[in-house]
Design a protein. Structure first.
Length: 85
């Protein structure tokens, strides 16, 4: 199984989209500062996840969520807990 996930930093009002086979371990790694792209925005909470059977299908969804259209979709469909608008 492959997962596409969206993390949210309440402190910095920032999203991060990623893909993994190890969902729980990956969140721990992000919050331990092991990822160069996310370590400056700790802590992270997972606000969305999707499951895929193949790496290719997960990669395509990840790319979409990182695109302009995907950012619009995230803004309309993902409401982080603890965030104010």
């Amino acid at each position: 199984m492959f997962y596409v996930y969206v993390l949210y930093s309440v402190k910095f009002d920032k999203h991060y989209v990623g893909m993994t086979e190890r969902l729980e371990e990956r969140l721990i790694e992000h919050n331990q500062g092991k990822n160069k792209s996310t370590k400056a925005f700790l802590p992270w909470i997972r606000v969305h996840q999707e499951v895929f059977q193949t790496r290719n299908s997960a990669r395509l969804r990840e790319k979409y969520l990182k695109s302009a259209a995907g950012r619009r979709w995230r803004k309309q469909n993902i409401r982080p807990r603890g965030a104010t608008e």
